[in-house]
Design a protein around this ligand. Structure first.
Ligand SMILES: [Zn+2]
Length: 163
């Protein structure tokens, strides 16, 4: 008996590539929700996924996006995962008791200067509350003050996070 080839599926694929592609497409078409969920989870879980999400979001809003996938991954991995404005850490987002931060428990990428394109030098990590509060209304420097003076103390009233 010949040993079973562990890559038997490669041979099957080589023999019937069209048939297999069609069957995968059919499965995806019939399982759109599963496919969407898997894609969504990939985009939230991995740095490359986050980059993809950010880029699509920027392009949809007509904002210039000048960050390559490699640049983003390198930057994102090196970042301390805390909000630059209020100082909350990503792992503590679920303890904030803040409706804005309970959407996905992830820090988002904020543009320091809102009228400028997405570039690494214009990017910081922020919690959803600070990102929403800053919007295109407060400057980066103003928001640093607001985060420190108002959002951080308020957070300690609302949440289970100790000082
Ligand atoms: Zn914050």
């Amino acid at each position: 008996m010949p040993r079973k080839n562990p890559f038997w599926w490669r041979d099957v694929y080589k023999e019937n590539p069209e048939k297999i592609k069609a069957s995968v497409l059919r499965w995806q078409k019939n399982n759109k929700e599963k496919v969407n969920l898997a894609h969504q989870s990939w985009r939230m879980r991995t740095p490359r996924g986050r980059w993809n999400l950010l880029k699509n979001h920027a392009l949809k809003r007509g904002v210039k996006f000048l960050i390559t996938s490699d640049q983003f991954v390198k930057w994102y991995v090196a970042q301390e995962k805390v909000c630059v404005y209020c100082g909350v850490s990503e792992e503590n987002l679920k303890l904030t008791g803040d409706s804005y931060n309970s959407r996905n428990f992830k820090l988002c990428v904020d543009r320091k200067e809102n009228h400028k394109p997405y570039r690494i030098s214009n990017s910081v990590l922020a919690c959803n509350r600070c990102n929403f509060t800053k919007s295109d209304f407060f400057t980066y420097d103003e928001m640093i003050e607001i985060g420190k003076l108002f959002i951080k103390p308020k957070r300690h009233v609302l949440s289970k996070i100790g000082e």
